[in-house]
Ligand binder design. Structure first.
Ligand code: SAH
Ligand code: SF4
Ligand code: F3S
Length: 477
């Protein structure tokens, strides 16, 4: 199961490497990341800060001077995974007592100094808004003291730090456009681990995208917990009640996407995550207007039942959500739509579970990311509701949802057979060196014979076959 939609399961916990040659005599960093694309994007900020300190990266944590693990706290399973990983670092600490181990990201922010008590081998605990202080924290740790910085900020966006691209294919990259979240969904830990929502200066976003394009990148994904609430009013933190004057001078998400799309028609634009309560027709019209903004919307629903949605504090009903789906279908007829669903939320009945299945039937999503509800400390749900759906029932409901999605994904993939798609090549297929793979605008993977094409090319592919989730075809002219 994925932690989230953007980051492949195979990449979770993979050692992330700075691609530039190792700085001679410098210290070695082992950096690995878990969780969502925003966390992976933050690791690129961390790598940039440490590279300036003369660090190079290593894929072998036994030869590291510093091990950093960027953690996720979204579900209990995500945290257990990190705890397990820490037991492996213990072996490295035995052979190198000077080794510094730092825990970064959402789990660090959630547990704060409690982490140091629970996991004696950890030297540094640092939250997502405090990465600028990493050099000082390392210095402190080098003197044998423990170092903690979990301050959250209302302004920090790391807008001026040029991320070092890690584990990159050189074609696609992430750009963070907001940090934090103000939505307070009842089940969700993110507002506690990432703090208040703030938008990043659009000029720095456009410059980062331009720079990527000049370096050969051909696709950027604009990232935020709720991209639709992006609003730059000059100050960073979104103003609660902007005046008409301030609003007329502000940059909205639709305007930001347009600015990025206008950089070059060969730079594809993706975005994630859209929020059903905030996704406007204006945004959909901008997607439809520009060929290089991808026809793909990730629109988490969480539940198909309005009572559960209300308890989840999602800010929309089933009917509202389906109205947003209808708007996508009308304005962007070729769009693929994907979702996140949580099953077994507090007090969810069998009938309410069937509402989720029936909503899936109505939408017939291209992709889906499905989870059993996991209670998180401090959240509204933990404080006010009982986590009362038994584990076996959660498990069975999740299986029903997954089975239906597998069927829908296969049907949606099949619809691509016989069509020609413009595919951005991301690399050589894992299965055969003679084949390339890339994705179409709808975000489906397409595989085809290599010929003289290469990574970063746009290729028109006529699809003649498919597997459950992959389209197979041949390049046409
Ligand atoms: N900002 C995004 C979601 C980020 S978290 C949004 O609002 O849609 C990614 C997904 O993890 C969520 O969409 C949700 O489906 C799932 N998730 C979050 N908290 C969870 C919990 N406590 N238990 C199970 N799944 C959870
Ligand atoms: Fe969590 Fe809701 Fe914010 Fe998404 S919108 S990050 S689910 S609080
Ligand atoms: Fe992302 Fe996990 Fe944090 S999903 S925002 S890394 S809790």
């Amino acid at each position: 199961m994925h932690e989230n939609k953007e980051i492949d399961e195979s990449k979770q916990g993979e050692a992330l490497m700075i691609e530039s040659p190792a700085a001679k005599g410098g210290k070695k960093l082992f950096l690995e990341s878990y969780g969502c694309a925003m966390n992976f994007s933050d690791s690129e900020i961390v790598a940039s800060i440490l590279k300036d300190q003369g660090f190079s990266t290593t894929q072998d944590f036994f030869e590291a001077d510093v091990i950093f693990v960027n953690t996720c706290a979204i579900r209990e399973g995500a945290e257990q995974r990190v705890r397990k990983r820490l037991t492996e670092y213990r072996k490295a600490k035995k052979t190198n007592p000077d080794l510094i181990i730092g825990v970064l990201g959402c789990m660090a922010e959630r547990l704060k100094s409690q982490f140091l008590e629970e996991e004696k081998l950890v030297d540094i605990v640092v939250g997502p808004d405090a990465y600028r202080s990493l050099p000082q924290l390392i210095e402190t740790a080098e003197t044998g003291q423990k170092a903690v910085n979990v301050l959250l900020s209302k302004e920090e966006t790391y807008a001026d730090i040029a991320p070092v691209r890690l584990g990159s294919n050189g074609v696609t990259a992430f750009i963070s456009i907001t940090r934090g979240c103000d939505n307070m969904c009842a089940f969700c830990v993110v507002p506690f681990t990432r703090g208040r929502e703030r938008s990043r200066d659009p000029e720095t976003i456009v410059n980062e995208a331009k720079d990527l394009f000049e370096k050969g990148y051909r696709e950027v994904t604009l990232l935020g917990q709720n991209v639709d609430s992006y609003l730059w009013t000059g100050g960073g933190l979104k103003k609660e009640n902007p005046t008409a004057q301030e609003l007329s001078e502000a940059t909205t998400f639709a305007q930001l996407m347009e600015k990025v799309a206008l950089i070059n028609p060969d730079l594809r634009v993706r975005f994630s995550t859209s929020h059903p309560k905030d996704m406007s027709d204006e945004v959909l019209h901008i997607i439809a207007k520009y060929d290089n903004i991808c026809s793909y919307v990730h629109l988490p629903v969480q539940s198909g039942n309005s009572r559960i949605l209300e308890m989840m504090n999602r800010g929309y009903t089933r009917e509202w959500y389906l109205n947003r789906i209808a708007a996508i279908r009308t304005i962007i007829p070729d769009a693929a739509i994907s979702m996140d669903i949580i099953t077994g939320f507090c007090s969810e009945t069998e009938e309410e579970h069937r509402d989720t299945l029936s909503l899936m039937e109505e939408v017939k999503y291209h992709f889906g990311y499905m989870f059993a509800y996991s209670e998180r400390p401090k959240t509204l749900a933990e404080r006010t509701y009982k986590d009362d759906v038994p584990e076996e029932i959660k498990k069975r409901r999740l299986q029903e949802i997954v089975d239906l999605q597998v069927k829908h994904s296969a049907e949606r993939t099949k619809e691509g057979v016989g069509k020609v798609f413009r595919v951005l090549v991301e690399g050589v297929s894992k299965k055969s060196a003679e084949e390339l793979y890339g994705r179409n605008s709808q975000n489906t993977v397409v595989v085809f014979p290599k010929k003289n094409y290469k990574k970063g090319d746009y290729v028109n592919v006529l699809v003649d076959n498919c597997t459950g989730g992959t389209l197979i075809g041949n390049a046409v002219d």
